[in-house]
Design a binder for this molecule. Structure first.
Ligand SMILES: *[C@@H]1O[C@H](CO)[C@@H](O)[C@H](O)[C@H]1NC(C)=O
Ligand SMILES: *[C@@H]1O[C@H](CO)[C@@H](O)[C@H](O)[C@H]1NC(C)=O
Ligand SMILES: *[C@@H]1O[C@H](CO)[C@@H](O)[C@H](O)[C@H]1NC(C)=O
Ligand SMILES: *[C@@H]1O[C@H](CO)[C@@H](O)[C@H](O)[C@H]1NC(C)=O
Ligand SMILES: *[C@@H]1O[C@H](CO)[C@@H](O)[C@H](O)[C@H]1NC(C)=O
Ligand SMILES: *[C@@H]1O[C@H](CO)[C@@H](O)[C@H](O)[C@H]1NC(C)=O
Ligand SMILES: *[C@@H]1O[C@H](CO)[C@@H](O)[C@H](O)[C@H]1NC(C)=O
Ligand SMILES: *[C@@H]1O[C@H](CO)[C@@H](O)[C@H](O)[C@H]1NC(C)=O
Ligand SMILES: *[C@@H]1O[C@H](CO)[C@@H](O)[C@H](O)[C@H]1NC(C)=O
Ligand SMILES: *[C@@H]1O[C@H](CO)[C@@H](O)[C@H](O)[C@H]1NC(C)=O
Ligand SMILES: *[C@@H]1O[C@H](CO)[C@@H](O)[C@H](O)[C@H]1NC(C)=O
Length: 298
């Protein structure tokens, strides 16, 4: 009894302090993580208003999936091989391994103008063109659907992302109402991606943090639907920043340095710029970095 009376007030003080700290300081803490043996300082976000909850912008389908599919082995081919036909990672898995959800897969496929987005194993994404489901069979029996497409998405447990052998398939081009696929064809898109390095200012495609207040470039930022490489270079250069980065087609970030340990393959920076579909402006949680210094003189 005596013991409880002395512990309780301390407990309440600690609890109250923790709540206060979380409420007032959590958005200003610089956390550190280890990557390849090197400690990285995760950066602060300039404008806390940009965060939606704890995460940066995620997409959610407005349509139900087309169904639960399995590969029909009697076909001896796999028609959901769109990404490997482009020599991209197939299946596609986000770098952290914990972000996959229907929105991420649908957008990844639609960015490359595929018709179908198929989620499997809870964490993997594959894409197919118009013939993408030819070698697949749609399950119709509810109990086999429940047994086959039974894994929650690692990035959002509100959704099913297929199963060990099951594929939850969406129509990639119509399932996200806020998203429009690029208005160029896939050959043009690949040509643009393969020529990115010809721009001497281009520094590569990097992983951005999904978490609030830990963006890759934290100096200042803007989001506009007329975004292009040139408008972001101008924006950051005018604010005297050395680097600029583009993300999800319409976001521009500036900073004076960045760590280059989290470089992604170029295929992850997949969004066409909203202001010019003949340019690439990053991707979902992937940022295209450029050198913005002395831009005016270029
Ligand atoms: C918020 O982000 C932190 C990392 O900064 C993470 O550990 C935590 O799980 C996230 N919380 C939610 C609810 O997603
Ligand atoms: C696989 O395809 C063949 C030929 O179209 C069909 O007869 C068979 O029922 C399919 N198998 C399954 C499991 O759907
Ligand atoms: C669709 O994908 C198949 C392979 O799955 C390929 O043979 C075909 O050329 C593709 N068609 C188009 C229009 O890309
Ligand atoms: C993929 O790589 C193969 C072999 O290197 C090449 O023949 C093919 O043209 C490439 N496809 C694309 C779309 O780049
Ligand atoms: C399948 O799963 C749904 C949702 O969990 C459930 O309502 C339904 O009863 C299940 N059907 C069968 C046949 O197991
Ligand atoms: C998960 O999906 C649900 C339903 O669309 C959505 O309300 C929720 O915000 C999502 N959670 C995350 C972390 O994206
Ligand atoms: C960006 O992050 C660095 C530390 O990582 C910090 O020193 C700097 O003040 C931040 N800038 C802004 C504008 O928040
Ligand atoms: C940028 O730097 C120049 C030269 O140092 C200075 O005159 C100007 O005021 C700076 N602009 C901003 C927005 O900081
Ligand atoms: C980027 O990484 C390479 C090694 O991959 C290193 O040589 C280079 O100095 C780094 N550049 C910057 C600006 O950190
Ligand atoms: C769009 O970008 C391409 C490549 O940078 C450029 O050649 C073209 O002039 C731009 N179009 C417009 C309307 O600015
Ligand atoms: C950025 O561009 C400027 C002007 O072209 C150049 O002087 C500088 O060396 C470049 N910096 C990097 C890191 O590429």
């Amino acid at each position: 009894m005596q013991k409880q009376l002395t512990i309780s007030p301390i407990f309440f003080i600690i609890a109250a302090l923790s709540v206060w700290l979380l409420k007032h300081i959590s958005c200003e803490i610089t956390t550190t993580t280890k990557s390849n043996g090197i400690i990285l300082n995760k950066r602060l976000l300039h404008d806390p208003g940009e965060c939606v909850g704890n995460l940066t912008r995620r997409n959610h389908p407005s349509a139900d999936p087309l169904g639960c599919y399995i590969l029909n082995s009697s076909f001896h081919i796999d028609t959901l091989d769109g990404l490997s036909n482009l020599n991209f990672s197939d299946p596609y898995k986000d770098q952290d391994g914990n972000l996959m959800d229907p929105g991420l897969c649908i957008i990844h496929c639609a960015d490359y103008l595929f018709k179908f987005a198929a989620l499997t194993n809870g964490n993997k994404c594959r894409c197919g063109n118009n013939t993408g489901l030819d070698a697949y069979t749609k399950l119709t029996d509810e109990s086999s659907i429940n047994k086959t497409c039974n894994l929650k998405c690692v990035g959002n447990s509100s959704y099913i992302c297929g199963g060990k052998d099951g594929y939850t398939v969406y129509d990639a081009l119509t399932s996200i109402s806020s998203y429009s696929a690029p208005t160029i064809d896939i050959n043009k898109k690949l040509e643009i991606i393969h020529n990115l390095n010809k721009n001497v200012r281009y520094k590569g495609c990097y992983k951005d943090s999904p978490y609030c207040n830990q963006r890759f470039l934290n100096g200042t930022s803007e989001e506009v639907s007329s975004m292009t490489i040139e408008s972001c270079l101008t924006y950051c250069w005018q604010k005297n920043y050395t680097y600029m980065g583009l993300e999800i087609g319409s976001q521009c970030f500036c900073d004076n340095d960045y760590d280059n340990l989290t470089r992604l393959s170029v295929e992850e920076c997949s969004f066409s710029c909203e202001g010019n579909n003949s340019e690439i402006c990053g991707g979902p949680l992937a940022i295209s970095i450029y050198n913005a210094s002395n831009y005016e003189e270029a």
